[in-house]
Design a binder for this molecule. Structure first.
Ligand SMILES: *Cc1c(COP(=O)(O)O)cnc(C)c1O
Length: 232
């Protein structure tokens, strides 16, 4: 068995353990294999093993990999998206996890409208108010989503967050808990066109904690494909 495949087995096993620990059905949790910087052969292996959801953070990389795999993979845009690049991926991705400004939401809506499609998105929330991270602040999320909900070619499906890198993943538990709280709050407001079925949180370092706190999508790269080498 290749490393990638045994790694996937291990991650799926951990998802089961974390879900079971808190009485959740593991089937509620989708594994997004984060394939950024990784070659086509690695993705092929994961795909061959049944992983059909892949996360990328660069528009060019989605375009290149889309040429190879097309719709055999559900592509998830998980990185900061510049408005001028929306047009290149709007009809290629399953879900945009990183809506973090009204300007971006409007652009996605406009491009989706041109193509006659409706795009599912998540709103990225910056819980820890880290300067280094994009995302809407907690106290602004509800107003933001109310505005986005008026756009006809976008559907808000939930929230996404990137927790800080910490040595002990327990430190991120309050962040994940906060996101779940906001989700419940938004659900109770019954905003038109808005559902809160997806909570995208948890990465290699902290996905088990995120699942314990309600995550429905974990974005895992390193634990599946190994360390990324950014120097090419
Ligand atoms: C790179 C990345 C991940 C995966 O990180 P790992 O620590 O390698 O699992 C998840 N989410 C986002 C937004 C990323 O950019």
């Amino acid at each position: 068995m290749s490393n990638i495949i045994s790694n996937i087995d291990e991650v799926l096993g951990n998802i089961n353990i974390a879900a079971t620990k808190v009485g959740r059905d593991p089937k509620e949790i989708k594994l997004i294999a984060v394939t950024k910087t990784k070659p086509v052969e690695d993705i092929q292996q994961a795909l061959g093993y049944g992983v059909i959801d892949a996360g990328e953070n660069k528009v060019q990389e989605i375009r290149d990999k889309y040429e190879v795999f097309g719709d055999k993979i559900n592509w998830h845009m998980i990185g900061h998206l510049q408005t001028n690049k929306v047009k290149y991926i709007v009809d290629k991705v399953t879900l945009i996890h990183s809506v973090d400004s009204m300007k971006l939401a409007e652009k996605i809506d406009a491009e989706a409208n041109k193509k006659g499609i409706i795009i599912d998105v998540l709103v990225q929330v910056n819980v820890a108010k880290e300067d280094s991270k994009f995302g809407i602040y907690v106290e602004e999320v509800i107003d933001f989503i109310s505005e986005v909900s008026k756009l006809s070619n976008i559907r808000v499906k939930g929230l996404m967050t990137i927790a800080p890198y910490v040595d002990n993943p327990e430190e991120n538990r309050p962040i994940f808990r906060k996101i779940k709280e906001i989700v419940i709050d938004i659900k109770s407001k019954n905003i038109d066109n808005v559902t809160m079925d997806i909570i995208s949180m948890g990465m290699t370092n902290d996905y088990m904690i995120a699942i314990e706190e309600g995550s429905t999508m974990v974005r895992v790269g390193t634990a599946i494909f190994g360390k990324r080498n950014y120097v090419k």
